[in-house]
Design a binder for this molecule. Structure first.
Ligand SMILES: NC(=O)c1ccc[n+]([C@@H]2O[C@H](COP(=O)([O-])OP(=O)(O)OC[C@H]3O[C@@H](n4cnc5c(N)ncnc54)[C@H](OP(=O)(O)O)[C@@H]3O)[C@@H](O)[C@H]2O)c1
Length: 251
């Protein structure tokens, strides 16, 4: 009989033998998730636009392959999936960014691009996931909690934020038995946040440290841990997982 007081023994890496594709894996949340998945035994395949940044990220996580292209462009996205060496288990989409501003200042093309950045990209990737991701695997999308409360100046972000959970649930029904889930993040300390905030970054970090219920800023590794859990836990589909340190209740 096992001694109940004995320390747990070493466990097998949870993603051993599985392959993760990260669309937008050379920085931020995507790279952190590739690192975490690699540490759990996964093989990782990365994409991004900047070839140099992608090369360095791919070397760090010993990526099987790394492909530089703009995921918003349907033709190279399709070629990328067609050229994959075999079936895959998980796809994480982190490409895309929020479009802030005033709605009535946006022309039709800007509005189309803002929506395309998250919704159309998710749909395009979902099309390629069908038949390529093994049953029980995941398509994992990234959204946010910051634009749930509508305020002037947030542009299309509140509309996209509201649409993503419904899109995720719909895709979960259509792609089953592949699972589809959405991570809704608040502020995460990534190169994207640094770009958006510029010189105000340090002040924002300090503000969050003092106002968030968790008393610290959310970092990419926090989101990566959630992403890997969703890959491992085969009960999860069609759902939205908030990770914002409580920001939506105090921001
Ligand atoms: N950071 C936050 O506070 C936060 C909060 C809520 C939601 N999110 C969402 O989480 C996702 C990831 O954010 P992040 O902060 O990790 O961003 P990040 O630091 O800018 O990293 C994004 C990654 O995706 C790649 N990428 C971006 N656009 C791409 C495209 N069109 N085609 C291919 N690769 C692309 C980037 O490389 P290249 O630039 O070289 O292509 C990079 O590897 C985004 O969708 C963002 O909207 C972020």
């Amino acid at each position: 009989m096992t001694d109940p007081s004995a320390a747990p023994g070493p466990r097998d890496p949870a993603l051993l033998g599985q392959t993760l594709v990260v669309i937008g894996g050379s920085a931020g949340i995507g790279l952190a998730t590739a690192r975490h998945a690699r540490a759990e035994g996964a093989t990782v395949i990365l994409t991004g636009r900047d070839p140099e940044r992608l090369r360095s990220a791919a070397a760090e996580v010993e990526a099987l392959t790394a492909s530089a292209f703009d995921a918003d462009d349907p033709a190279p996205l399709r070629r990328f999936f067609e050229d994959l060496p075999g079936p895959i288990d998980h796809v994480l989409v982190t490409a895309g960014h929020p479009s802030y501003g005033h709605l009535l200042d946006m022309d039709a093309e800007q509005a189309r691009q803002a929506i395309s950045g998250h919704i159309t990209l998710a749909l395009e990737v979902a099309r390629h996931v069908a038949g390529r991701v093994r049953p029980g695997g995941t398509l994992l999308l990234l959204g946010g909690t910051g634009a749930r409360r509508v305020r002037a100046g947030l542009g299309t972000a509140p509309a996209v934020t509201a649409a993503l959970p419904a899109l995720t649930a719909g895709l979960a029904l259509e792609l089953a038995p592949v699972r589809v889930n959405l991570i809704a993040a608040g502020f995460v300390d990534t190169p994207l946040s640094a770009r958006l905030l510029g010189g105000e970054l340090d002040a924002r970090r300090e503000e969050l440290r003092t106002t968030l219920p968790i008393g610290r800023v959310v970092v990419p590794a926090d989101v990566a841990a959630l992403a890997v859990h969703i890959m491992i836990n085969t009960a999860l589909t069609g759902a939205t997982y908030d990770i914002d340190g409580g920001q939506q209740f105090v921001g």
